[in-house]
Each structure stands twice: as structure tokens, then as C-alpha cells.
Design a protein around this ligand. Sequence first.
Ligand SMILES: [Zn+2]
Length: 146
Amino acid sequence: MSALSDNQQQCKPSTVNLSDAEWKKKLTSKQYRILRQKDTEYPGTGEYNKHFEIGIYKCAGCGQELYDSSTKFDSHCGWPAFSSSIDTSVRRQMDVDGYREEILCANCDGHLGHVFRGEGLRDVNGKIIQERHCVNSVSLKFDKKQ
Ligand SMILES: [Zn+2]
């Protein structure tokens, strides 16, 4: 990792520490491209974009619980959107582009997507949504509530 990750020590340190080769073996090529190389899936193509079942969305890399389905909403942006994450399971850092805020799995540092604020979006109850966690479907693995 770059020197940037040394500046992130105030955040919860990653507990999964696989080498690049090990990640390559563990993940599908699509998961590897997005989780480890911070690529983005094409809008509207993701498995969970229009997915509204009840359950938990986990990290596709390490299985950590990231988002509860109760926080998911339809943002019409082409990617799964959540208004908040589960506790401290999601870590934030400045994106390399210098203006967006990147979100990562706090457990394995897998790239999830970005957080956007102040878009004036409303949830199904008409309540203003403060933040939109814009997450790649590929970074997630859904666990349906039994
Ligand atoms: Zn993870």
C-alpha cells in the first residue's frame, strides 16, 4: 500500500492482510478489479441495484457485515444506495481524485464505492437522506434474513 494508508491509522486498522496474489486467487476477476483495484461497475448492471429483499449486505471480500437492507433506498443512480452503514464496518478516506470520499470495508480495505452528501434525496417516508453510500454490487454479498 501507499504512504496514504499510514495516515489512516487513527481509523480501525484492517484485520485481513492478504497479499495481492492471494486476493487474486480468492476473488473473481470482476471482484478483484473493483475491490482491490477500485474499479467501478457499469451503472444499472449490478446484481443489487434494484434489489430490495430483507437481510444483510456483507463484504464480498471478507464477509464482514456492511449494510442492513433497512437503510437501502432507490436512488435511481444505477448503483445500490444506502443511507448509513452498520456501525464502524465502513471506513472513509479521500479518493485519489482529491474530491470524492471513498468508502472501504474497514476489515479488509476492499473498495466499496463513494459517499455523497447534500443531494436532497428523500427516503420512502419523505425524510431527507443525509448521505448516499453509493456501492458497487460486486463488492457486496447479500445474506437474506431467514
Ligand atoms: Zn471486507
